[in-house]
Design a protein around this ligand. Sequence first.
Ligand code: ADP
Ligand code: MG
Length: 426
Amino acid sequence: MDKLTVRDADVAGKRVLVRVDFNVPIEDGKVKDDSRIRASIPTIAYLLDQNASVILMSHLGRPNGKIVESARLRPVAERLSALIRRHVPVTGDAIGIGTTDAIARLKPGQLLMLENLRFHAEEEANDPAFAKTLASYGDLYVNDAFGTAHRAHASTVGVPKLLPAYAGLLMELEIRNLSALLESPGRPFAAVIGGAKVSSKLAVLEHLMTTVDTFLVGGGMANTFLVAKGMSVGKSLLEKDRVEDAARILAAAESAGVQFLLPTDVVVAKEVTRGAEHKTVLAHKIPNSWSVVDIGPATRHTFEEALEPARTIFWNGPLGVFEVPTFGDGTRSMARYLARRAETGTTVVAGGGDSVAAIEELGLASKFTHISTGGGASLEFLEGKELPGIAVLLDRPEPAKPAPVAPVAATRKPAAGSKQKTPAVR
Ligand code: ADP
Ligand code: MG
């Protein structure tokens, strides 16, 4: 990885400001899913172990610049306390006298959490004065919040411009696993893409087109591709204004020699609701007043067969309306199949809020090679975009090159006016 990580920094006795992504679901004042909290424990534990003072900062929900009681970080701090078996105090506010005092009292090996950054509109606005105040709390900055790295906010871009800024261990893991997909995937490389809309996945389909050998497309977005191929999809979710884009992608896949599989049979329902009447039909025989809600059993089988030779598999987006259990067979069987493949040595990476939720519901997350903690961020990464929260971190210096042995030709004086450069040594 070309970014310096927390392991490259001298943190002993220093105050380290750590941006974490503790934006977790809270229900009845309790954390419902703590995977993002767990994912940052290696960085927190490392820093405490190195005798640093750790100041954690995160956002939670969308309080939009106002104090919202239900968006306080206390439940998060309580869960972190239980996980690392030590008290995690939370400041009353991210900034202010009380916070400055608490930080001044913080000793090496101790930790503290700032209250929800988004109680201040200045966070999302990347306000320079707010960033400066936050930066004054630390000697060093560490970003472990991969899930927020695609946002240019005060805590992700403003602060790291003011302090020596390093990647946390989770950030490092995310960058390493996702860039391996783009740069050096074991082949064949297959991508399973589902979810509601083609529009949100167009860029990733286009960028992955240059790397994958096979695309398997399901979910609501497959409907737009079926229409592009001349089929009709009844009452199903369809993006009419994206049919041309879908046709363009199909043509691009064909000219690039990329296999592109769509459902050949689908589950259709009278209504997209629990208990609605449903049946399996062929994809070219979708009845008028029905909606596609899942891939069918023949497609499940074809998809698995197509994945059999793959050495690398990436999955994003559920293959059906899995929130309704009867329409979740395609998504659940894909999750189980991929977990088995990961267990037998295939590199299997999953990213995306809903697809990851489906994997977690089945308790299969630990089987995967890597599950990205960033939904939107992992997609943008795989679209080939530079994420602002990563770009701003310190670059790893190029390894020192051996002193060049001057070739005879280089000792000759260049002719007057010529712009000859010393030959590069590789
Ligand atoms: P992810 O968060 O994994 O990237 P998306 O947000 O793109 O996935 O899409 C998830 C949503 O797609 C789910 O809410 C699911 O119900 C919906 N979906 C999947 N298949 C269909 C379908 N056939 N019709 C309508 N919605 C669908
Ligand atoms: Mg989603």
